[in-house]
Design a protein around this ligand. Structure first.
Ligand code: BG6
Length: 513
């Protein structure tokens, strides 16, 4: 029997990158992430022929939903959220292999029923299939899910073969160092580290992956990438959106837990780490951990604090009036949660000693921008010292992670004319101009990598702990201080004025993206 006649997926889905037969189970299947990101990601992998020929999708959630209804939800979410429009023929192949199981996250019997379902699908496939378990539930149920994956035997399927179960865990991974350590312990009791894929979706972004290529596939940067030439580094992750309907979640989180501890710290680690000895996932993660461990503890003394926190007030964003954070749905009227945080970090190693790294992230800022800016030292001013003839800027290299993906180098050039006058000019590389604009979404890459068993773009247990180790003392300090030190900023501004004093030696300014 040819493979094509055995399974509908084989038709047209044969050019995959080598993932083995796979059954993906999404826990939290009636949630927002599943609809907005995960199902559209799976669909787009199908469009690109990157799913294995034998592939099934199971949604798992507390709410009882018939298979038919879940299929319709999945269909409609692709229609609404996929980056490419819905092709019914491709969808049909996914639809025929989509199921739903309902049950509690602490009900062992429901997990056993799920295992039975997986086995029956596998039987139909006629081959051994790996299970990819995607946990996209609220973090409060991560622990019972992991425990039940162990108790039901789902975690140990094909443990000694390449088809072993893989478990993808969404953020937030813990809320502080202690809870992250605890979760890692629970995981270690059930799974081997190679089975675990902790998500930070920023690592799936094309431009974040490109950081590694830019740094290590070019020889012109490395000689400059150190304290002799770099004056400071600024990482900005700003959003124009407010907390929207996620006020309840955000109250427990705030900007440092939501964005800094994970996404921003990952950008920092990739920017500042030493060259890994290979592209092996462990080699890269080893370097990131080394870097995170080299960051000095934050100075929290008010006179020279390394940190500013603030909340947005009402204001104008994109010409529209928006309410303040404390007026948002689900937010307490005297909330102490920060919607903006800026940090000054010092990395204590040979390469970076003395170079400040400024990180900031906030909601309700003027624009959605993620960028990493390497600001170089000024040249000696023996020839062109600054005056009205010589408008000179320090050189910088800016990686635009999103939107307008690309990079820009700022140089000084002569203005054409009979006099020698200078002006800073920009050299741009734009992704869309060079490669076109329809790049895969982060979740496509991450779902595919989990299926392929490639952990490079996922966070290792010790990495998440190293990052919490830096941030947790800050949260403890804020908890003890109440409102003290909480600043405000007008929605639509670049953050509180107090953030301008963060580069407190007055030699640096925040870049305006
Ligand atoms: C999530 C945060 O991890 O990242 C959200 O929980 C934030 O608050 C989002 O809006 C930003 O992601 P992106 O990909 O839109 O930059």
């Amino acid at each position: 029997m040819s493979q094509d006649s055995r399974h509908p997926f084989l038709k047209g889905l044969s050019k995959h990158r080598g993932a083995q037969p796979t059954i993906i189970t999404i826990f939290g299947a009636s949630g927002d992430l599943c609809a907005r990101k995960l199902v559209p990601a799976i669909y787009n992998l199908a469009v690109d022929n990157l799913l294995p020929p034998e592939f099934s999708l199971i949604g798992y959630g507390r709410k009882p939903i018939p298979d038919e209804e879940f299929r319709k939800l999945a269909h409609d979410s692709i229609k609404e959220f996929s980056r490419r429009s819905l092709n019914e023929e491709i969808w049909k192949r996914i639809e025929d292999n989509t199921y739903y199981c309902s049950g509690g996250y602490d009900e062992l019997d429901a997990f056993k029923a799920l295992e039975a379902k997986i086995e029956s699908i596998e039987k139909e496939m006629g081959r051994e299939a790996q299970s990819v378990i995607y946990i996209s539930t609220p973090p409060s149920v991560f622990e019972p899910i992991i425990v039940n994956l162990g108790a039901s035997g789902l975690a140990t399927r094909y443990q000694d073969s390449g088809s072993h179960t893989k478990v993808v865990i969404e953020k937030p991974f813990g809320k502080d160092l202690e809870s992250a350590r605890h979760l890692n312990k629970v995981i270690q009791g059930v799974l081997q580290e190679r089975q675990v894929y902790r998500i930070d979706h920023y690592l799936g972004k094309e431009t974040v992956q490109d950081l590694l290529v830019q740094r290590f596939a070019n020889s012109i940067f490395e000689p400059l990438w150190n304290r002799q030439y770099v004056d400071n580094v600024q990482i900005t992750v700003s959003e124009s959106l407010g907390v929207g309907t996620r006020g309840g979640y955000y109250e427990q989180s705030g900007a440092t837990r939501d964005m800094i501890q994970n996404h921003t710290m990952q950008l920092l680690a990739l920017t500042a780490m030493e060259p890994p000895v290979s592209l092996d996932p462990e080699a890269i993660r080893d370097e990131k951990v080394k870097l995170l461990k080299a960051i000095k503890p934050l100075n929290l003394d008010y006179a020279h604090s390394d940190v500013v926190r603030a909340q947005y007030k009402e204001g104008l964003v994109d010409g529209a009036k928006v309410q303040g954070y404390r007026q948002e749905e689900g937010v307490s009227a005297d909330s102490e949660t920060e919607t903006y945080a800026a940090l000054r970090l010092n990395i204590s190693n040979w390469r970076w000693e003395g170079v400040p790294f400024y990180l900031r992230s906030g909601k309700r800022m003027p624009r959605r921008v993620t960028e990493i800016s390497i600001q170089f030292k000024r040249p000696p001013s023996t020839l062109f010292s600054e005056n009205e003839m010589f408008n000179l800027a320090a050189n910088s290299l800016v990686f635009q992670i999103q939107p307008d993906e690309g990079s820009t180098v700022l140089l000084n050039a002569k203005i054409p004319g009979l006099q020698t006058r200078t002006q800073p000019v920009k050299m741009h590389f734009k992704y869309s101009a060079t490669f076109g604009s329809n790049t895969p979404e982060a979740y496509e890459r991450l779902v595919l990598d989990a299926m392929l068993g490639d952990g490079t773009l996922f966070i290792r247990g010790d990495e998440t702990e190293a990052s919490w180790n830096l941030i947790t003392p800050l949260h403890d300090f804020w908890a003890s201080e109440g409102q003290r030190g909480m600043e405000n900023y007008v929605s639509g501004s670049w953050g509180p004025l107090a953030a301008d004093r963060l580069p407190w030696d007055n030699t640096h300014e925040w870049r305006r993206p």
